[in-house]
Design a binder for this molecule. Sequence first.
Ligand code: FAD
Length: 409
Amino acid sequence: MANVVVVGGGAAGLVAAWRAASLGHRVRLLEANGRLGVKLRISGGGKCNLTHDGPPRSLLAAFSREQGRFLRPSLHAFDNQAVLQLLRREGVETYSRENGRVFPLDRPGSAAAVVEAFETLVARAGVQVQTGARVLGLEGQAPWLTAVRLEQERLVADVFILATGGASYPETGTRGEVLGWLQALGVPIRPWFPALAPIPLQRPRPAWEGVALRGGELRLTAGLEGRRLAAFAGDLVFTRVGLSGPAVLELSQATERARREGAAWLSYATLLEPPEAVDAALQAEQRSNPHLRAATWLGRHLPERLVEPLLQEAGLSPTGALKDLPRDARRTLVALVTALPLGAPQAVSLARGEVAAGGVDLAAVDPRTLVLRGWENLRVCGELLDLDGPVGGYNLQAAFSTGYAAGSL
Ligand SMILES: Cc1cc2nc3c(=O)[nH]c(=O)nc-3n(C[C@H](O)[C@H](O)[C@H](O)COP(=O)(O)OP(=O)(O)OC[C@H]3O[C@@H](n4cnc5c(N)ncnc54)[C@H](O)[C@@H]3O)c2cc1C
């Protein structure tokens, strides 16, 4: 039986502590906040998108190749079904949405019910939970970590499991400082980087706040006329300072990388056909329906609230008929629905991301045990690792699976 200290009482730390204690180890769980699972409680807008449906293979495919390869052993050991079974035994029933996202049954405070289930599990397994306990430093040198420092005490243990999460939403307790301490101990890391975050624009459209573009594709190019860097099919919504919504979150990391490299430009296609095909269809419409107003045609493909301002910006009359459109004006209309310019981004915020990319370099960690290479008694799990999946329950599943593997001592 080992004395185990788990640092961080979020998704990964709760599972790691429960697992290690269930295997008979003496476990102390240290959490900086006054209560456990603070980020879990706000996940999925308070509904907690726990995991994603499907076989492990399809969950792994949602991550980058390197991350998927790393996650394979821990996901196979504790997959989505295992998470759901564990929670069901604690009275948390779940359901899958059509898009594969799994949630607790809809009722007020469903995310809190998930945290309560984990609180019960760790308590029953005999974990000693200490909240309000922020670790302020690590002591030791490879291959042994000897202690973690708290404000009033220094805790020694046989095994340490670090589950301190990422660096976004610092108000939930995740300030990312542990990554710097690990780097100082010689552990290879990748610096924190924004991901799954809203994108502020250099020229936002506050008058369009709340308007959504749906069913199309958000595109990132290296500057206005530059080559295509990335695209994501999905909806977006205009905010006071820029853009948010599913497609925006997914493209935020690539956008910030492009911005830092010098040129990033965003546009949205509500029609996915090539511009030439849309132009041909518009010309056919001009012939068959010459009195149709250009504004009516545009309103079929873009939200009503945008039609008039966009026509005005393009110097076109909102009351003009299709038959009166010269070639250039027709091409302008086509461009609005195949590549509506959204503009250049401003810096994407690390703090506002649903995850933080970066973390402990995966190559420095044994993917079966989560032991740091070169260390005997130091394990790392959850978002502290260089793991960042898309929206859809993948990030919590990665935290649960790696937490389970780290706690399997
Ligand atoms: C708004 C929002 C919504 C999200 N929604 C979803 C969703 O629906 N589905 C999904 O899959 N993912 C979602 N995520 C992502 C997901 O919540 C995280 O990826 C996941 O919680 C990571 O788990 P973790 O245990 O590694 O870290 P966390 O859950 O962040 O836990 C880390 C814990 O460590 C503690 N800690 C940090 N430093 C110290 C220290 N020095 N000493 C002591 N304790 C410390 C923190 O207080 C924190 O409680 C969301 C994230 C956000 C911000």
